[in-house]
Design a protein around this ligand. Structure first.
Ligand code: DAT
Length: 174
């Protein structure tokens, strides 16, 4: 059955501004902010905690099962630092947020990330790992890359996604 509301992924390296964007978007659009981190933790979709990198070791099958009903209903803004595990049929738009490395360094240092985790994330942003993952996993027209260094950029990103949503609703009405 066709969705009456789209599903949007907001992805990017930790610290690019996913949560901040998703919260603002949810407030403006009425779509739901779906924090994959919370689902992994609350529904125990993991095989334990990775001490070196300070993150959960995710059980992807369990995670997809936990998200399936909500994704099929539509109207999700999915907030996560990966995007290649979701079936393409679930997703209507993939937003990849990007940030300059000096800004990312400041944001991750403020979070007191362990050195290995900080370095891995900086490298990942410089190598545009998430952008590549999105382009490899989804149709070219579904993937948009947006800069997230300043609050002006964030405002214009949210405006742009809202415009996309208005158009999607028109195209899929009836
Ligand atoms: P993520 O969810 O990708 O890990 P976040 O939304 O928690 O990132 O943002 C990390 C920090 O950076 C937080 O203090 C808010 C700030 N921030 C994010 N995007 C920003 C932007 N475009 N302009 C200014 N600050 C931003």
């Amino acid at each position: 059955m066709a969705r009456t509301q789209p599903n949007i992924i907001v992805t990017g390296t930790p610290g690019v501004g996913k949560t901040t964007h998703c919260e603002m978007l949810a407030e403006r659009t009425g779509l739901r902010h779906v924090s994959v981190n919370h689902i992994v933790k609350d529904k125990e979709c993991h095989e334990g905690w990775d001490d070196e990198f300070g993150c959960w070791i995710v059980d992807e099958d369990k995670l997809l099962d936990a998200m399936e009903d909500e994704a099929k209903a539509g109207g999700c803004i999915i907030d996560w630092h990966a995007c290649d595990l979701f079936p393409e049929s679930w997703i209507d738009l993939v937003v990849v947020l990007r940030v300059d490395s000096s800004t990312l360094y400041d944001r991750l240092s403020a979070r007191k990330y362990p050195e290995a985790k900080l370095q891995e994330n900086l490298d990942s942003e410089i190598m545009q790992v998430l952008l590549q993952e999105a382009r490899d996993s989804y149709d070219e027209e579904m993937v948009v890359e947006l800069q997230s260094n300043t609050s002006d950029e964030m405002d214009s990103n949210v405006d742009r996604i809202e415009q996309w949503l208005t158009q999607w609703r028109k195209d899929n009405a009836g």
